[in-house]
Design a protein around this ligand. Structure first.
Ligand code: ARG
Length: 430
């Protein structure tokens, strides 16, 4: 059996023909959305009414009168300024599922993409030497699900875990480790939890010296320079932090039953070598310009306080590169070396302005265009009762591992309560 027509498509077809029967001159998209009130909501009538200079509610009523309810659409009613709330017949749902179940090709009636492309999907990107938090869980889970769906359509997917593995904080960490050798155990000798607790201990201890000892602070600054200039001993110590962190990352992803491939862990630092070239290209093309010594890109529609333009900083006045330069260089790599046709970034909505600026810059440079597109699949931040990012009572962000452990424990309680005949082992398995 080939593909099964989705209920969305069936409803969409019916609405489109009702819309064009009502206003033959205008081609209108019914704009079907999921809804809390019904199975679908159609918002397209508002735009149609605007075009036809008609009253949206009257138009909606007219459209409704042309929809035959029955087999698929059980009920349709006008709501609000001219939305349609649509309810699907139970029978249609059951029959659609049955048809998919009967698909003996194992594809559940889902067609393969007509023109599959290459999608590079940037997800599950924790930071080195830092505890993972709820946001990292969401990126991992959403990204993994999206990837699975794309794979199923025949798309070629390449994962990129853009871990935070670079920055000035490594000067402090490395310098501390140099002065206190042996504080990080060899990665092969620790499990995830020990790895994270070692990293936390080193982080806290180095921070304390950094904040109280001026001479150490200066040594840490010099260490940043050594790291950036590729000093061998410094890089080796940096690698220890990365490796120790990976032990921890893998233990968490394992808990999530998620497969993460080592070759797809390509962190910010992987793009260091390409950043000067990125800056040169952008400046030569006139996409980026010098402003107060820094190399920046301006946007007409992005403004901050006092209507001042907010630029994207490609290179700082001191010559340093940051997060944006790494992302722009990653785009060149993903488009020209990996030959991606779609770039997806599963990253918290708080970074969407960053991505808006990065994508627009890449479009101006011609690295992105109508055929090669980039999208921030933004998800919301988990907030606490105070409306601020979720924290523990002690004011720390909630550790992802604690959250996962608590989820398993609470689920076990529910199962234990309901299924009294299960052994403890079976309960844990559930
Ligand atoms: N490591 C970053 C964070 O924890 C997320 C990286 C997102 N990906 C990217 N290409 N910028 O905030």
């Amino acid at each position: 059996m080939a593909s099964v027509t989705s209920l969305t498509d069936l409803v969409s077809e019916q609405l489109t023909s009702a819309l064009s029967a009502t206003r033959p001159e205008a081609s209108a998209d019914p704009l079907l959305r999921r809804s809390d009130r019904a199975d679908f909501q159609a918002n397209g009538i508002l735009a149609l009414a605007k075009k036809a200079k008609a009253n949206p509610r009257d138009l909606a009523t007219e459209v409704v009168s042309r929809i035959t309810t029955g087999d698929v659409i059980k009920d349709v009613e006008v709501s609000g300024p001219g939305f349609l709330n649509i309810t699907i017949a139970d029978r249609a749902l059951v029959e659609n599922l049955a048809a998919r179940y009967a698909d003996d090709t194992g594809r559940l009636g889902v067609p393969l993409a007509e023109k599959p492309g290459v999608t590079v999907i940037d997800y599950a990107q924790p930071n080195v030497a830092k505890e993972m938090h709820v946001g990292h869980l969401r990126s991992a889970v959403i990204g993994d699900a999206l990837r699975g769906m794309l794979d199923f359509t025949g798309e070629t997917t390449i994962g990129r875990h853009h871990i935070g593995d670079w920055g000035t904080q490594f000067g402090m960490l490395i310098q501390y480790l140099l002065e206190h050798p042996g504080e990080l155990a060899p990665p092969s000798e620790v499990d995830g939890e020990q790895a994270m607790s070692n990293l936390n201990r080193v982080y806290k201890a180095s921070r304390a010296v950094f904040d109280s000892d001026e001479a150490f602070k200066e040594r840490a600054r010099k260490r940043v320079v050594a790291l950036q200039s590729g000093d061998k001993e410094t890089l080796e110590l940096w690698q220890q932090f990365v490796d120790e962190s990976k032990v921890y990352f893998y233990s968490v992803f394992d808990k999530l039953d998620m497969e993460i491939r080592d070759e797809e862990i390509v962190g910010e630092s992987a793009y260091n070598d390409g950043m000067p070239e990125t800056a040169r290209l952008l400046e030569e093309m006139g996409v980026a310009e010098r402003s107060e010594g820094a190399l920046v890109v301006f946007f007409d529609d992005i403004r901050g306080k006092d209507d001042q333009p907010v630029p994207l900083i490609v290179q700082k006045a001191d010559g340093g590169f940051g997060y944006a330069a790494s992302d722009l260089t990653a785009i060149r790599n993903r488009v020209f070396d990996l030959r991606a046709t779609t770039l997806l970034y599963v990253v918290d909505v708080r970074q969407s302005l960053h991505f808006k600026m990065v994508f627009e810059t890449a479009r101006r440079a011609g690295w992105l265009n109508d055929d090669v597109t980039a999208h921030n699949m933004a998800y919301g931040t988990v907030l606490g009762a105070d409306g601020k990012p979720f924290k523990t009572r002690a004011g720390e962000t909630v550790r992802l591992e604690d959250l996962l452990d608590e989820a398993v424990q609470r689920a076990a309680e529910v199962v234990r309560e309901k299924a009294k005949d299960l052994t403890e082992e079976e309960i844990q398995e559930r």
